[in-house]
Ligand binder design. Sequence first.
Ligand code: NAD
Length: 259
Amino acid sequence: MELDLGDRVVVVTGAARGIGAVIAQRFAAEGARVVACDLEFPPAADGVGGAGTEHSIDRVVCDVADPGSARAAVEEIAGRHGTIDVLVNNAGINVEGTLESLDWERWKACFDVNVGGVFLMSQAVAPVMKRAGRGRILNAASFAAIVPSVGSAAYAASKSAVVQLTRVLASELGPWDITVNAYAPGMVPTAMNGFAEMPAAAQDRLLDTLSLRRWESPDDVANLLIFLASDQAAYITGALLDVSGGKLATQIPAAAYGR
Ligand code: NAD
């Protein structure tokens, strides 16, 4: 299958580390012109797009939750690269706390980044994509949008909001051949969740909830996004793509492993 992304300008938010950094590298490996956006980047020689890395990736500092910053970043990128073909709204934060313990400021921060960031970046990019008469917007949701955890009120609600926002934008931008999809990763060990540093018993409890009983890798996510960004996915829009290793499939998948 031909997934030619060679002429595409791809913007990945939250790409200084974690899943976003790998998404950026994988698109660059496909030959795309990639721009990584984040609040800050490690010194130029390190991290995504650094001198030591295999593929050249442009970097733009941007706070996706700030309307002025999001607009300025998109203007800078479109000015530098001529257009924007693909926007991956990967930037997100995890906010934990029960009804009693969750602080209002943290709740708002979670919505500002996870939902507001998707809205603001999409709003800034839409005119650029409309001019081109094509585009792909890919939004990071989570399995938590469907099956939330105790103590995840803000995060889970924000990710559900991303799914609904995705559906509305898919219809509003459809006339310009711009597709908008959300994707739901499962459990990728990153700085956001610290899964890899948990005691073995706690890791086992989490892994027991997966049909494919292993941690997800950022490449598992990137594989889906590369497909969704390609011409092969031209007729997929307004969808939530589950890339969670079966997190949403059955109640007790560990039974299949004899556990
Ligand atoms: P991470 O914390 O490792 O990386 C997130 C990146 O986003 C960081 O580089 C951070 O600086 C950046 N960021 C945060 N706020 C920002 C802002 N206002 N503007 C610009 N950049 C900002 O997280 P991750 O685990 O790589 O997660 C990436 C995305 O995938 C998130 O949206 C997350 O909710 C989603 N997700 C992750 C998992 C998982 O298991 N790791 C599961 C489901 C969904």
